[in-house]
Design a protein around this ligand. Sequence first.
Ligand SMILES: *Cc1c(COP(=O)(O)O)cnc(C)c1O
Length: 430
Amino acid sequence: MSKPQKSYRKREIAGHTLSPESLVMGFGYDPFMSEGSIKPPIFMTSTFAFKSAREGEALFRRLAGRMEVGDPEDADLIYTRFNNPNMEVLEDRLTLYDDGEAALAFSSGMSAITTALFACAEPGTGILHSSPLYGASEVFIRSFMPDWGVRSAEFDAWSTEDQILKAARDAVARFGPISVIFTESPANPTNALVDIAACARVASILEQETGRRPILMCDNTMMGPVGHKPLKHGADLALYSLTKYVGGHSDLIAGGIVGNDEILTKVRRMRNYLGTMLDAHSCWLLTRSLETVQLRMERAFSNARICANYLKDHPKVARVMYPEFLAAGDPQRKVFEEQCDAAGATFSFDVTGGKEAAFRMLDKLQLIKLAVSLGGTESLMCHPGSTTHSAVPADVRARIGFTDGLIRFSVGIEAPDDLVVDLKQALEHV
Ligand SMILES: *Cc1c(COP(=O)(O)O)cnc(C)c1O
């Protein structure tokens, strides 16, 4: 970095590196540019004044990547589809937990995913993805991308490096170079983990064999930036539905991507045309949310551990898919230990008696609410088989270990005793 460190971008004090938890309160925002206001005001404006016609010309040259000597180094503000002060502050802060070079904010998790795929996978290339994926991501890759000349192949989330490499080589033989390896870990609803480091090694092998290194993306929505850091294990981009843990209050829809600056420059350019950026007000809400993401997630993680242990010993619960319960010899256990900093706060469990028994339990909940989505302060449960995953065919369900009695539980930050009491009384009806 050749730019002088501005005080609001300082990352250390007297040689001590500050942690994201401390930086996230002030990083990227100078109060003295806004009347000393400690918190960033919300910039509800569509456009920004130029100081002169020449400056406007230079800013547009910079935007198009045609900079000339003497043009401004920093991206200055032009128009809110390109940038806005609230989006800048949010993007700077999104880099912190993942230690990424850059970040981008989007209008939803899906607009982050689709904009990244449009930017990185061009016609004549293929996408290799782990399976299962979030339903909308899977449908977009399988049903929409082929119309733009991008085909896809998949591998099971729990595959070993050899299996991923074999799937990749088969895909190259079928439709040419792989532009993107798209993963989601842990995968919904069974919490299967994708070995990100193994995917990164496969990307390097493909580079040697085909001359092209696929961009490795990881949808990190399920464990959030606190529980899992895909960039550290070799992913180029970590993608988020910020709607979930980062937003954390079930009151907004947003997406984000953190990672490699060069790749994100391409994605940013695509976002400028698609207009999939995030509005100033939601950016502001997210900077507020980010200040407590660590506290909220730690509390949710510890509540989830208490609930998972309660369910594990319950006679009406057949199985709890919580990573800490992986057997010592299970290859997934090794991935969990090497890759995850937490066990997460969203997991599924199976009640005995199938769908009817699951519905009886769900209908008796009094504190835990019945809704899709996850990662909010309140605990939610849903029955994926009849809702979020109703389109998943029976053979795929069998392969991924997804039964009729499966209930997904997003554990919130309530008092843990209250959650256990609600589980206990609702399970009496199974
Ligand atoms: C919710 C979710 C998405 C989509 O995010 P939106 O903000 O709803 O567009 C993508 N991936 C995963 C894993 C999700 O849980």
